[in-house]
Design a protein. Structure first.
Length: 127
């Protein structure tokens, strides 16, 4: 039985976690608030660091407001969309540095699924 997100959040970040396809299938998709047609499935979290699958239905979008203290890494798993004005397709990677607008839209007819890794940027004087 896979661990819950709450269990994973309490673990140290160097704990081995392997989610096989059936484990990932059991994680429920949750709607992204304020973004009709966009759902997320959180795979891993430690504090503010989050790795999640995000599924876009055709015609859906997210505003991509700048995160002033976070690095975003995006891997397109399936489909195609426009990210920050650039068309990306399955197999593409994007790094979104802090303070960068990154709206996602123009989702293809088959939708788009991305793996997004959100990593907070350390504040000055930390670590």
């Amino acid at each position: 039985m896979p661990r819950t997100t709450e269990q994973m959040e309490r673990e140290v970040p160097n704990t081995l976690l392997i989610l096989e396809p059936p484990d990932i299938d059991r994680i429920q998709w949750r709607p992204v608030p304020g973004c009709p047609g966009v759902d997320e499935k959180e795979l891993w979290r430690f504090g503010d660091a989050v790795h999640a699958l995000i599924r876009y239905a055709p015609g859906s979008s997210t505003p991509g407001r700048p995160h002033l203290a976070a690095q975003h890494h995006i891997w397109v798993v399936a489909g195609a969309a426009t990210v920050a004005g650039r068309r990306i397709v399955a197999g593409s990677y994007a790094h979104i540095p802090p303070a960068t607008e990154h709206p996602i839209g123009d989702v293809g007819a088959d939708g788009c699924t991305i793996l997004q890794m959100h990593r907070p940027h350390p504040s000055p004087g930390s670590g």
